[in-house]
Structures are given as structure tokens and as C-alpha cells.
Design a protein around this ligand. Structure first.
Ligand SMILES: Cc1cc2nc3c(=O)[nH]c(=O)nc-3n(C[C@H](O)[C@H](O)[C@H](O)COP(=O)(O)O)c2cc1C
Length: 327
């Protein structure tokens, strides 16, 4: 039987399947179910920056703060304290019950709120932190340079306050993803989680209202992270975890071959139930046995660009034949 263990952000995982941050893992019971089904690790549901900010604002309305910087700091800390309580309990509870690594998740859009709070999460026992940095570049005055610096500033602010490893989950919308990935790893990210799938926006044409789009991914969406993991593996100094569109063992195998160290799953667990992790692991193990791979390291990055004798193939963007009208 193949050895499925892998080392992700310095943590020993008994297999590469990580339950991605989502509502399935926002209670200790939910996390326990994932562990029972065989998950190698879990990323808890994110605590959102807006949650901390909202707590603080509610407090500020009751306290006269004008001109009192110290009072503002006091209230802000209280807000962080209050907002964090439930989350800290979740981290502590999950750690107490489970033997698999528990990764806490913070959804950040500025560096302002997180330094104290990240420390508390570390003290609560989280094995690692995942920063889900999601800045929508909708401001016409904000340059791409400013936005990219913001990602690095958030990472550095948190990095300075904790010792546990930090993974950074990003979306694909950068002009130079390779450069951004390189920069985040240089500034201390232990892993990049590629790619976040953002909240989808839709419009109801009868009610003329904005409505949420479909929440779950399709397996076709995996090709974006597959491309970038295969291009970045071996080129950046940190681990790569795949997320978005991995729905089964086949998807996991492809991402490992491309160069992922671990693979996060979410939508497939909503569609098939948390126990589907067992099926994914069986598919992975059987495939490894059939192909006589004894360990994850033997597969990892086998089909990455750096390992390829046809590197140009990975960078093809256009359908050449279709373009010249031959097809
Ligand atoms: C209901 C739901 C809640 C989610 N909540 C979070 C969250 O709090 N933080 C986060 O980083 N990602 C969150 N995600 C995104 C997932 O972690 C994952 O990156 C995304 O669903 C793509 O992976 P998938 O194709 O396996 O679903 C959520 C996804 C779903 C469906």
C-alpha cells in the first residue's frame, strides 16, 4: 500500500487532502467529521476582517472617542477580543479533539487588524495560519503596484507577530502571478494556496436585484490552478496547495503531478458528503499502486514545467490551428 503522507508548511500530514476553509468546518463537530473521514488536515472557516471591524464600530457608537487616541485603541482591542472569542474557542476545541493539523483562516483586506489577533490564534493552538487575502481592484485610482504591496504588507504584519507557518491564499487576478508568488514566498509565506474562488455575483432580471451566484465549483474550473501549479512548482521557495475544482481522486492526482504538495477540497464535499474524502483517498491509493508509486514525493511535480523536456508546451495560450483557420 502506497504511503500517502506529505509534508505541508512543515507539518506532517498523513495524506495530502485538506478540507478547504468553508462552513463544513466552522464547528468542532464538523471538523471532527472531516478528520473521521480521513482528511489530512483542515482549514477552519475564515474569520473575516469585517467581523472584527463591525464589533469595534458597534462599541465605538457607545463610547465618546473624539480626540482620545488611547481610548480608540482600547475599544479597538476590545472589539478584537470580542470578535475573536468564538473563533478562538473553535481553534481550541478542534485542537483538543483532533490529532490532525488545524489551520486557522483569516480573511484580510488590510494589515490593520490582524497582528494581535494572529497571536491569539497561535496561543489557542492553531498549527498554521492561512491568510485569505482578497482585495478587489475596483478603485480606479489604486495602482497595481499599490495593491501588490498591500498583499505583502498584510503577510509581513502577520508574519512578524507569529511563529507558526503562514500560507497565503490568493486569486488568479494579477498581471504577473509568477512575480507575485515569488514575492510572497520571499517574504515568508510557507505555502501559496492557488486559487481562491470568489463569491459569484449574479442578477435576477425579474426582480432587478443582485443575487448570489452558484456557490459551488465545477471540475472544469481546475485547469487554472493546474496550469499555475505546474508553472510555479520548483520555481518558488514554498509549498503549493491546489484549490478550486478538485472534485475527485483524479483531480488530486493531476494536481500532485503538476507540483502541489497538498490539495484542498470543498465543493465536492458539499455535493457528495464529507465521507467522500474516503473515496478520494482510495482512488489516489489505488492509482499509486497501479503505477507503482510508493510515496507522494515520487509523484509530486513529475509533470511540472521545470521537470519537462518540452517546457514551451506549458506556456501555450492560444489555439494555433484555430487561429490560422485550419481547423
Ligand atoms: C459555502 C462556502 C464557504 C466558503 N467560505 C470560505 C471562507 O470562509 N474562507 C475561504 O478562504 N474560502 C472559503 N470558501 C472557498 C473554499 O475554501 C474554496 O477555496 C472554494 O470553494 C474552491 O474550492 P472547491 O472548488 O473545492 O469548492 C468557501 C466556499 C464555500 C462553498
Amino acid at each position: 500500500m502506497a504511503d500517502l503522507s506529505t509534508n505541508y508548511v512543515g507539518l506532517q500530514l498523513h495524506n495530502p487532502i485538506i478540507v478547504a476553509s468553508c462552513s463544513l468546518v466552522n464547528t468542532v463537530e464538523g471538523v471532527q467529521q472531516c478528520a473521521d473521514a480521513g482528511a489530512g488536515a483542515v482549514v477552519l472557516k475564515s474569520l473575516f476582517e469585517e467581523q472584527l471591524e463591525a464589533d469595534t464600530k458597534a462599541l465605538q457608537q457607545n463610547v465618546w472617542l473624539a480626540g482620545h487616541a488611547e481610548a480608540f485603541d482600547y475599544v479597538r482591542n476590545m472589539g478584537i477580543e470580542l470578535g475573536s472569542q468564538d473563533y478562538l474557542k473553535l481553534v481550541e476545541g478542534a485542537k483538543k479533539k483532533l490529532s490532525i493539523p488545524v489551520i486557522a483562516s483569516l480573511n484580510c483586506i488590510t494589515p490593520t487588524w490582524w497582528t494581535d489577533y494572529a497571536k491569539r490564534i497561535e496561543h489557542a493552538g492553531a498549527d498554521a495560519l492561512e491568510l485569505n487575502i482578497a482585495v478587489l481592484p475596483s478603485n480606479t485610482n489604486r495602482t497595481s503596484n499599490e495593491i501588490e504591496h498591500l498583499y505583502c504588507d498584510i503577510l509581513e504584519a502577520v508574519k512578524q507577530s507569529v511563529k507558526i507557518p503562514i500560507a497565503v491564499k490568493i486569486g488568479p487576478y494579477f498581471t504577473s502571478i509568477a512575480r507575485m508568488a515569488h514575492e510572497l514566498c520571499n517574504r515568508g509565506a510557507s505555502a501559496l494556496v492557488l486559487f481562491n474562488r470568489f463569491y459569484q455575483l449574479d442578477i435576477n432580471i425579474e426582480t432587478l436585484a443582485l443575487v448570489p451566484g452558484y456557490r459551488l465549483s465545477s471540475r472544469e474550473e481546475m485547469s487554472l490552478s493546474l496550469r499555475w501549479i505546474s508553472l510555479l512548482a520548483g520555481r518558488v521557495k514554498c509549498d503549493l496547495a491546489a484549490t478550486t475544482g478538485v472534485h475527485d481522486g483524479i483531480g488530486v492526482i493531476k494536481q500532485l503531478l503538476a507540483g502541489a504538495t497538498a490539495v484542498q477540497v470543498c465543493s465536492t464535499l458539499y455535493l457528495n458528503g464529507v465521507k467522500y474524502i474516503e473515496t478520494i483517498l482510495t482512488q489516489l491509493g489505488e492509482w499509486m499502486d497501479q503505477h507503482t508509486f510508493g510515496s507522494i514525493n515520487q509523484i509530486k511535480g513529475k509533470l511540472s514545467q521545470v521537470e519537462s523536456d518540452r517546457p514551451e508546451f506549458y506556456e501555450r495560450l492560444q489555439y494555433i490551428k484555430a487561429l490560422v483557420g485550419i481547423e
